[in-house]
Design a protein around this ligand. Sequence first.
Ligand code: HH2
Length: 285
Amino acid sequence: MKLICGRYRFLLERPLVMGVVNLTEDSFSDGGRLLDPERAVAHARELVAAGADIIDLGAESTRPGATAVEAAVEIERLVPVLDALRDCGAALSVDTRKAAVMTVALAAGADMINDVNGFRDEGAIDAVRGSAAGLCVMHMQGTPEIMQEAPSYRDPVGEVAQFLRGRADTLEKAGVARERIVLDPGIGFGKSLVHNLQLLAGLDVIAALGLPVLVGVSRKSMIGTITGRDVDERLAGSIAAMLCAVSRGARIVRVHDVAASRDALVVWQAIAEAGSSTAQIQQEG
Ligand code: HH2
């Protein structure tokens, strides 16, 4: 499996780490800390040094009830940071729902567009189709303003898989190469705790669609609900959920704590590789 991601080609033989850098006032875990471009750039460089393969820059919080941000404000926050990080050694992803922001971000050198709205906004597909950027298509029921009011599904895994397959087909029909597409079930986006758990448990169904799967569970409220921990005490719970996700086929994990997540992943990978070589020896014997 290969992912074309702007200047990068990822073979996805091991799970990739996407480090989160929120250039926002109100993100649920790091809001306000990185609004200053210099601090954001310094933090992104730390994440790259800690092993991030991709840096995900977001200039609008999408947490439940967050205030919408104008495209011009997103652009103003993103462009200087994209410029400063161009040669930081990791692929640069921009987390946005807006076509206007996508266009500017791509011109400023973004390698990936991460759209929590699955490229459903007017003009979003046109903004990205002609580029070589990786495209993360996420599932969300409703909009961030109201998505946690009454999420409802008959079959969360089946419905999310069907939605993601439909969006990937639409992108392909618009001329986007399949190797550019990544799918994400959107943990916490219009989902109850039970929906989130069912989606993680059934992630193999989404992975079976044949495209790389990205999962973001880091510090999310589902971890807080299960453990009773505040947002800055959710690392262990986040890592447990992340490893469940990679065991069920996730190829990219979106995390705030890159160093710890990378350590957990390299240990997981070493065990997974030992398991597959044992299976091969048994088969040959
Ligand atoms: N989660 C968040 C934001 N963007 N993108 C993808 N593809 N998948 C996710 O799970 C995802 C995402 C929410 O986390 P965060 O960026 O930390 O918070 P906020 O939206 O408050 O900025």
